[in-house]
Design a protein around this ligand. Structure first.
Ligand SMILES: Cc1ncc(COP(=O)(O)O)c(C=O)c1O
Length: 367
């Protein structure tokens, strides 16, 4: 039997309403002010306010934000950074970019997030930082990881690229690590086409972070007088992306609540179906369900079953240690192997309406 065309994708770009976005874009495009400027600073304030962050530095991408976070965390060539392989590649390519050694800890078999016990076992005298990813939008065990980092004098960096709007123990993700990043790449909860945010606990590092995102220069000092002491990068957000970001923030609450409502619906509706198990997470975690993580005895069968009704389901990422570039850092990760084998993401974003999700659950129940 030939499958119908896919009508419900796994990921989808969310754009603000045309009537809101186009006049704002036209206005900035012809303003003569395209580079980093007032729109960027307004976006930073509004983003920080919306997601209860102490500060937000707008960046050209989440990857740029991660690179700067590692530099500010003092990660030097040869240092070890404990991290997860169950993520998108930039989490770990940035560790290589600063010359450090990624040490892959194992993950929790129920949700793919770093397993704190495995993290602890990976700590060595060369460990400098822990990078934690809230995979698919499900917060990792931030309380345990925070106290582990404190006990061993390590920096904790939260990669919140998947987890905009998620919380742990009532606190927004991104406020528990020493540094945290968000991504506004095309298919994330919120996009600025490309972009990111870097946030940090210690406000005294902000000026350094701003210099790192702009060649090492300090904004506001005349270009003929400013002095670069340490080289920086071209990592700033520009006004056009910031205008898109400001328009996105107007609808982000509603969008996130649709992801969360669908995620909670699946959590209840899919429990108890033989051969399937929704991801399980700590009681303190409130996921924002960028993707829905389903674990299946036969994940290929789930893909086929949903494809037959025009719904896309799949694994989305490749565990990073499978890549040749990470081969030297491979180590046994039995829980990750089991998690990845059983993993299948199903659509749960803002584009999935109540009748779609019922149809998906019905199909899975019938098998
Ligand atoms: C977990 C994770 N970290 C970091 C990034 C990097 O973000 P960006 O694409 O904005 O550079 C991404 C997304 O691509 C991601 O999924």
């Amino acid at each position: 039997m030939v499958n119908p065309p896919i009508s419900i994708p796994l990921v989808k770009v969310a754009m603000p309403p045309r009537e809101l976005l186009m006049p704002a874009l036209e206005s900035v495009l012809y303003s003569g002010m395209l580079a980093e400027g007032e729109h960027v600073y307004q976006f930073e304030d509004q983003f920080a306010h919306t997601f209860e962050l102490p500060h937000a530095l707008a960046m050209s991408s989440g990857t740029a934000a991660l690179h700067v976070a590692l530099l500010l965390a003092g990660v030097k060539p040869g240092d070890e950074v404990i991290t997860t392989s169950m993520t998108a590649e930039p989490t770990n390519t940035t560790i290589l970019q600063v010359g450090a050694v990624p040490v892959f800890a194992d993950v929790e078999v129920d949700n793919g997030n770093l397993d704190p016990a495995s993290v602890e076992a990976c700590i060595s005298p060369r460990t400098r930082a822990i990078v934690v990813v809230h995979y698919a939008g499900y917060p990792a065990q931030l309380d345990v990881l925070r106290s582990l980092a404190d006990r061993h004098g390590l920096m904790l960096i939260e990669d919140c690229a998947h987890a905009l709007g998620a919380r742990f123990g009532g606190q927004p993700v991104g406020t528990i690590g020493d540094f945290a990043i968000f991504s506004f790449q095309a298919i994330k909860h919120m996009t600025t086409v490309d972009g990111g945010v870097l946030t940090m606990r210690d406000a005294s590092r902000l000026a350094e972070a701003r210099r790192l995102r702009w060649f090492g220069l300090t904004k506001g000092v005349p270009r003929t007088e400013v002095d670069i002491k340490t080289p920086g990068y071209k990592y700033n957000m520009h006004n056009v992306a910031a205008v898109i970001g400001k328009c996105q923030l107007a609808g982000i609450g509603e969008l996130l609540s649709r992801h969360i409502d669908n995620g909670r619906y699946y959590d209840a509706a899919l429990a108890g179906i033989p051969g399937l198990a929704p991801a399980r997470f700590a009681a303190e975690a409130q996921p924002s369900y960028w993707l829905y993580t389903l674990l299946a005895d036969d994940s290929d069968a789930v893909e086929r079953c949903l494809a037959a009704i025009g719904v896309m389901a799949s694994k989305l990422h490749r565990p990073n240690h499978y890549h040749s570039v990470f081969e030297p850092f491979r180590r046994p990760m039995p829980a990750l192997d089991r998690f990845y084998q059983r993993l299948v993401h199903i659509p749960c974003g803002w584009w999935v309406n109540p009748s779609d999700r019922e149809r998906i659950v019905d199909a899975l129940r019938r098998g």
